[in-house]
Structures are given as structure tokens and as C-alpha cells.
Ligand binder design. Structure first.
Ligand code: BGC
Length: 349
């Protein structure tokens, strides 16, 4: 079968290759790959060498945002042939640590977890893949291709889950959410904020085009200027850019008791001068919380599917701005200015 393969850190090696059928050790459910979604992590793996191939291999089957159709499943499984399914990214560490043992592999304590298409485990960028039932998330047929948004939505569902758990520390009556970054994660974070009945502002650098339009269609505000121009003091911030300067600038601008979730992975190594005392003072006097959030566990995938199913499907469809056939997958890593989510079609040569 064909697979999208790369030697991490060497973009010239990105290619479609023939490889053997998926190993049975990956699980009893055999899936026909339909789509994979591209995210910044795939670019980091290909260009900067983030990620690790499986032990003993130099090449990695790329991609962790999946959608496929079940070809074969054991009679006892909760999915059957023909069902749409998404594979979970992370696998618990083999020890396992206390968190992995509790099914919260997104909180793995010893770093020995693996991630499909990222860390020591081949991904979902192949014509067929296998998965164990506990890592196979059923997607309702009505979502169709939009099911490829499940993994990024799971990352956002986890962020919201953590925000709400942290909010439960005391009285929690959020009104306003600020989302920084109008990429797929930011837009899905805004969607889930609106689904909770909150006022949402999305901040991004672009001034016009699809992103501001998508934000307005959600009934949220779009802001493209400097932070100083923001009129609201957010109760919740979901930071999706990974830009360090912006992160620190946000911390003194939040409402009392604010919860700031850092969900953007920085790709640079910039240093900056910070008004550290002012940040500290504002955080202490306002009971502020800032926390990081990565990955997602089973609960979050299920919440993600529910949020996508409940969303306006025509709105979701606009998030998928480009579809690249498998044979040309390296082109999917190039970023167009109006690209939101680019997908690779594993069924088109
Ligand atoms: C993925 C997460 C993963 C993280 C770090 C993100 O792009 O969505 O599942 O944990 O990268 O590898």
C-alpha cells in the first residue's frame, strides 16, 4: 500500500512510498484511510526534525489528524465495516505512569508515550491503517469528510475541559472569551465558546478574507489591530499562536479571576524583555491562572465529535480550504494566506 513518508528534518525525503500492510500489533480494526489533516506539527517534523520515527527506522509515516472507513472489525467492537472512524494520536506509556494508567495519556508523567505520526509510531497517512478499539473514535455518517476535524477539535475540547475544571475552584461566571489566532484551533475554540453561549473575540493579524468572515458567521467579534485596541477584558483566553510576546502582553489585560490557556506550540527561540513584576502583581491580585494544554484523551475526542455534530456543517465545511491528492502531499505543507485547514486525500492519486 502507499504511504506518505518522511525522514524527519529532511524535506527533500517527503514522498509517497510503497510499504507493507499495517501491522496487526496496531489493533484489530482495519481502516481504509480517507483523509488526513495538516497542522503545524507536520511542518515542524518535516522541516525541523521534531518527531521520531519508530524504533529501528529512519522514516516515519506522517500525519496524526485522520479520517477513515472501517474495513474489518471484530464482531464485539463498537464499530463495524463501513463506519467512519478517527484514530487517537497518543498511546499510553508502557510503564504505565499514574496518568496513563487512568486513561489520561494526555497528562503522561514520564514522557514515554508514543504519538501516531509524530513520536515513535507510524501515523495515519497511509491507504490502510489499524487501530485498537479503545483508540478508534466513531464519527457519525452525517459528518462525512468533516470528521477529519475531530483531532484538532479534540485538542480544543481538552482546553475547554481544563478551563472548566480550573473554573470550578471558586465561583465561575465567565462572560467573555478572547481567542488569539484564527487558524483551525482558534476557530474551533471560538466555535466551542459560542456553543457555551459566551461572547467571543478572535484576534489575528490578517485584516480581511475568509478568517474574519468565519469569525463573524459564528456571531463572534474579529479584531486585527494591536492588543491595546481591545475593548473587552476577557475572563477566558485561549492562546493559539504560540507567539511568546503576545502571551506575556495578554497576562496583564485579563479580567479578575481570568483563566488563560496556552494551546499554541511556539516554533521559534525568541527571547524578550518582560515587565515581570507587573505580570506577577496583576496575576496575584486578580487570582489569575495560566496553564498549558496539549493533546487529548478519549473523553475529549468524544466531546469533539459531539461539538462538531452540533455545529453548522456549512460553516465547518469552509474550514477545509484545500484538498491535495496523496501523490502531491508535500504541497499540502505549503501555507497559502487564506488556508485554514488543508487536507490530503488518501483516495486520490
Ligand atoms: C497534536 C497533539 C500532540 C502535539 C505534540 C499536536 O500537533 O495535535 O496531539 O500531542 O502536537 O506532539
Amino acid at each position: 500500500m502507499k504511504a506518505c513518508m518522511v525522514t524527519p528534518g529532511d524535506p527533500s525525503t517527503a514522498a509517497v512510498e510503497e510499504i507493507g500492510e499495517p501491522p496487526e500489533t496496531d489493533g484489530a480494526i482495519l481502516v481504509e484511510g480517507m483523509l488526513v489533516g495538516i497542522c503545524g506539527t507536520d511542518v515542524e517534523i518535516t522541516e525541523k526534525g521534531y518527531g521520531v520515527p519508530p524504533p529501528g527506522h529512519k522514516r516515519l509515516v506522517l500525519f496524526h489528524e485522520s479520517l477513515g472507513r472501517v474495513l474489518e472489525a471484530p464482531a464485539t467492537a463498537s464499530v463495524k465495516a463501513g463506519d467512519l472512524v478517527v484514530g487517537i494520536v497518543r498511546r499510553p506509556d508502557p510503564v504505565p505512569c499514574a496518568c496513563c494508567a487512568a486513561g489520561e495519556w494526555d497528562f503522561c508523567r514520564n514522557g514515554q508515550y508514543t504519538e501516531r505520526g509524530i513520536k515513535a509510531h507510524d501515523g495515519y497517512g497511509s491507504q490502510r491503517w489499524r487501530v485498537d478499539e479503545q483508540f478508534a473514535v466513531p464519527v457519525p455518517a452525517e459528518l462525512g469528510d468533516l470528521g477529519v476535524l475531530t483531532e484538532p477539535a479534540s485538542v480544543v475540547a481538552k482546553a475547554w475541559d481544563q478551563i472548566e475544571r480550573i473554573g470550578a475552584r471558586a465561583c465561575f461566571a465567565p462572560e467573555h472569551v478572547l481567542v488569539t489566532g484564527a487558524g483551525p484551533i482558534g476557530l474551533l475554540a471560538a466555535l466551542m465558546g459560542r456553543q457555551r453561549g459566551l461572547e467571543v473575540t478572535v484576534l489575528d493579524r490578517v485584516t480581511d478574507g475568509l478568517k474574519p468572515e468565519l469569525v463573524r458567521e459564528l456571531g463572534a467579534d474579529y479584531h486585527s489591530g494591536a492588543l491595546d485596541g481591545l475593548t473587552c477584558r476577557p475572563d477566558i483566553v485561549i492562546e493559539c499562536t504560540g507567539v511568546g510576546q503576545l502571551v506575556f502582553d495578554l497576562l496583564t489585560r485579563t479580567a479578575p479571576n481570568a483563566i488563560t490557556c496556552l494551546a499554541g506550540i511556539s516554533s521559534g527561540t525568541r527571547t524578550l524583555e518582560t515587565a515581570a513584576d507587573a505580570v506577577n502583581k496583576s496575576m496575584v491580585l486578580d487570582n489569575d491562572v495560566v496553564f498549558g494544554s496539549v493533546n487529548a484523551n478519549r473523553r475529549h475526542y468524544d466531546a469533539a465529535v459531539a461539538a462538531l455534530a452540533r455545529a453548522d456543517h456549512a460553516w465547518l465545511a469552509q474550514l477545509v480550504t484545500r484538498r491535495v491528492p496523496m501523490g502531491e502531499w508535500p504541497k499540502a505543507l505549503e501555507r497559502g494566506s487564506d488556508d485554514v485547514k488543508v487536507v490530503v486525500d488518501l483516495q486520490a492519486g
